[in-house]
Ligand binder design. Structure first.
Ligand code: NAD
Length: 500
């Protein structure tokens, strides 16, 4: 089928979809052991898309047992890297073939604009699997520099069973960042998607099987955090736990690892990223457009959202006017409409949460300069206007807490030292940006920012070739690049006596 071009094309495709709503365990789709399910609701218009298996303890146990059996069986874990690479490349081809369908599932399930789902989520998911597959048979072990009487080998081995828990804002991509390196290094995986967006990874499971990944190596257990996530995190036979989501849940999962079997635990969590604009920024129009898209892209539901805009006071008013002008053009529209700059918030709960923060911003004295209301784009849907608060103080709640919505806080500063102080005055450390024409200042500020990714004169750069992750309470460990392989492998030193 050719790529749909219009909203009507996408809608026709949506009407013809047959959804995968059961759990995927040991190579087949199954109901939850106790038969329970939950409504999967589209935030576009409040329509129930289907009833998804509501996994609990018994299902997690079953999936972990399947994963363990497959791991010990060795059909994947002991396969030659070159063969694993071939299978993952077949998976890439299958994802490419079904890219429109997977993108559509993302839009329907969590409300993001279809163009973004195609051009960002699917493109990046494909790149993630393709890059990882290509890399996996190019990773070597080490030989320790010993004397001639012994040989010290440093090798990496798969962890075993990996539990992965992922969020709803980029459902397939966040899963891909975990699944690709976990499978590449020979692990078996039990994946728990967010209860708000399970559809795309449930469909992916079928493609994984079709690519030739043996039964039990990849399992998907949809369900709620407490019911499905915690049993996975506490399971005594899970060797590694990888997570993307909020800091509060990440902290709980670190406890779970400690309370159970000290499984390796890596958390990618929230952010409150500062975007620092100096008066000598090379192109203020470009900087203003980036400041707007940095917070409004994906409805602001991005871990690296540019949610704090720090602007040098001498240009602040003129610069904010440009940001507002750019933001005004990003009003939410029906997500299946090509060219929609923003779509729907993920659900009613998230919509209310964002509106509560907006109310709090006003109550604490920040100046509402754009938006601030629920948008009525589609009846029954969850839409919030692009919102800008000016004259925000660093102590205001909206400049301290992660809102995860299209709400920008503008904070003025007077000099470089103050800018750095405000930028780093946060419990988070995921990303940061700096705009300046002064090379020395660019390096100085980039070095001073306590964040895992720093962008100079643009926002949101990144690729599979570089690691991604946070400082401070934005998490530990890194996704993407060869550094990601570290999380999915144990390091072994083997000593061989070469004497008699
Ligand atoms: P969340 O923490 O509420 O949920 C994430 C996942 O954890 C979901 O699958 C959920 O069901 C599960 N979960 C919830 N409670 C649990 C529990 N007690 N035990 C086990 N599992 C549990 O996060 P969210 O609302 O889905 O996603 C938004 C958050 O994700 C934001 O904070 C955002 O910054 C963060 N995020 C971070 C990155 C990153 O790479 N650092 C990327 C995307 C999103």
């Amino acid at each position: 089928m050719s790529t749909p071009r219009t909203r009507a094309d996408w809608q026709a495709m949506a009407d013809g979809l047959s959804l995968r709503t059961q759990a995927f365990i040991d190579g087949r789709y199954v109901d939850a052991a106790d038969g329970r399910s939950f409504d999967c609701v589209s935030p576009i218009d409040g329509r129930v898309l289907g009833q998804v298996a509501r996994c609990g303890h018994a299902d997690i146990d079953r999936a972990v047992r399947a994963a363990r059996r497959s791991f010990e069986g060795g059909a994947w874990s002991q396969e030659r890297p070159a063969k694993r690479k071939k299978v993952l490349q077949k998976l890439v081809a299958l994802i490419e073939r079904h890219a429109d369908e997977l993108a559509l599932l993302e839009s329907l399930d969590m409300g993001k604009p279809i163009d973004d789902a195609v051009n960002v989520d699917l493109a990046a998911t494909i790149r993630c699997f393709a890059w990882t597959a290509e890399a996996l048979d190019k990773v070597y072990g080490e030989v320790a520099p010993t004397g001639n009487d012994e040989l010290g080998l440093v090798t990496r081995e798969p962890l075993g069973v990996v539990g992965a828990i992922v969020p709803w804002n980029f459902p397939l991509l966040m899963a891909a960042w975990k699944i690709a390196p976990a499978l590449a290094t020979g692990n078996s995986v039990v994946l728990k998607p967010s209860e708000k967006s399970p559809l795309s990874v449930l469909r992916l499971a079928e493609l994984v099987a079709e690519a030739g990944i043996p039964d039990g190596v990849f399992n998907v257990v949809p369900g709620y955090g407490q019911e499905a996530g915690e049993p996975l995190a506490l399971h005594m036979d899970v060797d590694g736990l990888v997570f993307t989501g909020s800091t509060a849940v990440g902290k709980r999962l670190l406890q779970c690892a400690g309370l159970s079997n000290m499984k390796r635990a890596y958390m990618e969590c929230g952010g409150k990223s500062p975007n620092v604009v100096f008066a000598d920024a090379p192109d203020l129009d470009k900087a203003a457009a980036a400041a707007a898209s940095g917070i409004f892209y994906n409805q602001g539901e991005v871990c690296t959202a540019a949610s704090r805009l720090l602007v040098e006071r001498s240009i602040k008013d003129a610069f904010v006017a440009r940001v507002i002008e750019a933001g005004r053009k990003m009003q939410p529209r029906h997500p299946l409409e090509p060219g929609a700059p923003m779509g729907a918030m993920v659900d009613e709960g998230q919509t209310r949460r964002v509106l509560d923060y907006i109310a709090k911003g006003q109550a604490e004295g920040a100046r509402l300069a754009l938006g601030g209301q629920r948008a009525t784009t589609v009846e029954g849907g969850c839409y919030v206007e692009p919102t800008v608060f000016d004259e925000v103080r660093p102590e205001h709640t909206i400049s301290r807490e992660e809102i995860f919505g299209p709400v920008l806080s503008v904070i003025p500063f007077d000099d470089e030292a103050q800018a750095l102080r405000i930028a780093n005055d946060t419990e988070y450390g995921l990303a940061a940006g700096v705009w300046t024409s002064n090379l020395s200042r660019a390096h100085r500020v980039a070095r001073g920012l306590r964040a895992g990714s720093v962008w100079v004169n643009y926002w949101d750069g990144g690729d599979m070739t570089a690691p991604f992750g946070g400082y401070k309470q934005s998490g530990n460990g890194r996704d993407k690049s060869l550094h990601a392989f570290d999380k999915y492998t144990e390091m072994k030193a083997t000593w061989i006596n070469l004497g008699d």
